[in-house]
Design a protein around this ligand. Structure first.
Ligand SMILES: C[S@@+](CC[C@H](N)C(=O)[O-])C[C@H]1O[C@@H](n2cnc3c(N)ncnc32)[C@H](O)[C@@H]1O
Length: 314
């Protein structure tokens, strides 16, 4: 039994930095049900199942330290739901899951996964007891907004956590989450293949209701490692981030560089957009004498310009 469990834990493909970060944040709390939405080939959900397999191995191996990976055991009993709207993808995934996580391997894990070929807007959360984590990654923020609004509308009485990683439209997504009075549990910025990803762990409960969670900032907060009183210092022990509110903590120089590069890239993007909008408004005005047809993005530029990156002190 143990060797077949090890085989299924090993079959996974290596996750990139973005999915690794999402996987890490998915196991930061205990959930009854984790929904890997828009799962495509199910890489993320399989990684979460593999963690459960690893936790079972460490439980059953007397020669292994009990706390081998602290987050591993945490979601050992979560049900992993794979959701995608494409039937062929789901049939292929169902086949793969049957092969690698069938009942002959482990009776607990065999019961811990389900596939759903459906629209994310129609998640049947109320059919399952326990706390839900809805993961949506790899799609645009605009489509994500539609899914979140639909889920929130249909399950008003449930406190649901969402783990979100949009490929673009981060500002509109954050603005919608603020409008819905969601609260922030954690946020991280990741760079992979020269692209930047904001990963947001949020709750449908408000910051006031949850007490521990904070308010969501429209341009992000923690992702910039920023605080007006923050200083980055390099000493013999490496790079530290220090401010008056918390003890100094280690960050990598690359994380500070990623924040700097992402801020520049985002500002350039909106400044180019603003120029384009002004140009087309000018042309529209000349042709039709109408005013401000296109929406202005100056408020977004101003919000990103107000971000203060930590000061590097040698
Ligand atoms: C680029 S993949 C994202 C894969 C993975 N989540 C990631 O982050 O790497 C996008 C997936 O979203 C799925 N999708 C698009 N609209 C959907 C909907 N309304 N409901 C469920 N899945 C949807 C597509 O079929 C596709 O497999």
């Amino acid at each position: 039994m143990k060797s077949s469990l090890k085989k299924s834990a090993k079959h996974s493909l290596k996750l990139g930095k973005r999915l690794q970060q999402i996987e890490k944040m998915a196991t930061s709390e205990e959930y009854g049900h984790i929904w890997d939405c828009c799962c495509d080939h199910g890489l993320l959900g399989c990684a979460l199942l593999n963690r459960q397999v690893e936790a079972t191995i460490s439980d059953t191996s007397s020669d292994m330290p009990v706390n081998i990976v602290s987050n591993t055991a945490r979601n050992k009993d979560s049900d992993i739901h794979f959701v995608d709207i494409v039937p062929e993808l789901m049939a292929e995934l169902e086949n793969k899951l049957q092969r690698f996580y069938s009942s002959s391997l482990n009776t607990v894990i065999a019961k811990n996964w389900q596939t759903h070929c459906l629209d994310v807007a129609k998640l049947p959360l109320d059919q399952y007891d326990g706390k839900h984590l809805v993961i949506i990654a790899g799609i645009g923020g605009d489509l994500m907004i539609k899914f979140i609004e639909a889920i929130n509308q249909q399950h008003k009485s449930l406190a649901i956590d969402f783990l979100l990683c949009p490929v673009h439209h981060q500002f509109s997504l954050r603005s919608k989450l603020i409008e819905l009075d969601f609260s922030l549990i954690d946020e991280v910025l990741v760079e992979e293949n020269q692209r930047f990803y904001e990963v947001l762990l949020v709750s449908s409960s408000s910051a006031a209701e949850s007490r521990v969670n904070s308010k969501i900032n429209p341009v992000g907060d923690k992702i910039w490692l920023s605080d007006p009183r923050t200083q980055l210092t390099i000493d013999s022990s490496g790079l530290s981030i220090k401010n008056s509110k918390e003890h100094s903590r280690k960050v990598s120089l690359s994380q500070a560089e990623i924040a700097d590069k992402y801020l520049n890239k985002t500002l350039n993007h909106y400044q180019r957009m603003q120029k384009g909008l002004q140009q087309s408004n000018k042309q529209d005005n000349q042709q039709t004498k109408t005013n401000n047809v296109n929406v202005d993005v100056q408020h977004i530029i101003d919000a990103y310009r107000a971000v203060i990156l930590p000061v590097l002190v040698n």
